[in-house]
Design a protein around this ligand. Sequence first.
Ligand SMILES: Nc1ncnc2c1ncn2[C@@H]1O[C@H](COP(=O)(O)OP(=O)(O)O)[C@@H](O)[C@H]1O
Ligand SMILES: [Mg+2]
Length: 364
Amino acid sequence: MIGGWNNNLLEGVWQNAGVGLMVQDRNRRIIAVNPSFERITGWPWKDIKGKRCDLVYGCHTASGKPITEQLCPGMRVINGEVARVARELLICTNNGGNRWVEATVFPIKGDDGNIEYIISSFQDISEKKKYSEELLHTKTLATMGQLAAELAHEIKNPLNAIQIQMQLVEHEIAADKKLAQSDIPEIISKVKEEVSRLNDLVDTCLKFARPDKLVLKSQALGPVLQNLIKLVAAQADLNGVNIELTVEESLPHVMVDSGKLKQALLNIVLNAFEAMPDGGTLTLTAARDGNQVKITARDTGCGIPEDEKENIFDLFYTSKINGTGIGLPTAHNIIQAHGGALSCSSSGRGAEFLIKLPLSDKNR
Ligand SMILES: Nc1ncnc2c1ncn2[C@@H]1O[C@H](COP(=O)(O)OP(=O)(O)O)[C@@H](O)[C@H]1O
Ligand SMILES: [Mg+2]
């Protein structure tokens, strides 16, 4: 008995726990599984008893690649890299299918301090995965619909302008009036200007619908951020903005397209400058957070009003007289294409943009 626990109680928990539980020895051989584990993985106890887990479940990572020893949560626990690890894995079920599980793995040490057992708890997350994939699909469709609506709206103004100019010409001709020679260049230039606006709009939308492919390379973020600061140093001086950069020591590399990432960061940094017309401080940080790297950009500017927060990532949304509303949606797309996320918070003074990027597989 340990503090009120007895074998009956343990047996009851083991048999009835809703999560799958598996006990392995330090050589990853399966010693015991509970009924929920059999149900979730589809593998009956008699078929897996004493086998090594990698030979049974053939785990895959989220991107569908077979899991390497470096990534295997069990191996990481055995090698003492981590005390407890949780990971989403795609496992092979006994009927040749696949299933998404969230595995949490931790070791149990013997009296001599060495790892004796590895305990894994498995939860079936296929529904959650299916739901999030569907949601992503729906969101993409919604975004496309929104994009089409916004594009239609933006195209209307230049089209109207062209139409007015053309009606003017038509009217003059119908009235059998000779168009004054001096009017012609002005009409042509107005029409050309509007056509070029339309062209730019279409280019922007095409870039959005078919963004360039990323060229991913394992990169240290420190130099990428320092490079960015060099690029904007003169502008920062002009605006009286002081830039502070903190990059966590020994920050692991990330797989990024550094050109594209710089473009995303530049959009965020330039917005920060524009939000601090009387100067201020822009604080950039990069640090590891679990399996991700977090980059933050915090400014001391005007901040973002509550009712505008949900619009700032929309294409063509701008609160500036000469704004384009392209910067943030572009940044958002670039970060998403990296498998990361871009979000923003603003309470009171200033705004903070948070970029999360996944670590390259070998650094996880
Ligand atoms: N750091 C910031 N502080 C306050 N508002 C911001 C900041 N960054 C972005 N915004 C808001 O988000 C809007 C959209 O930004 P963006 O897409 O870059 O377009 P633009 O800069 O052309 O307006 C801006 O017009 C502004 O209202
Ligand atoms: Mg901008």
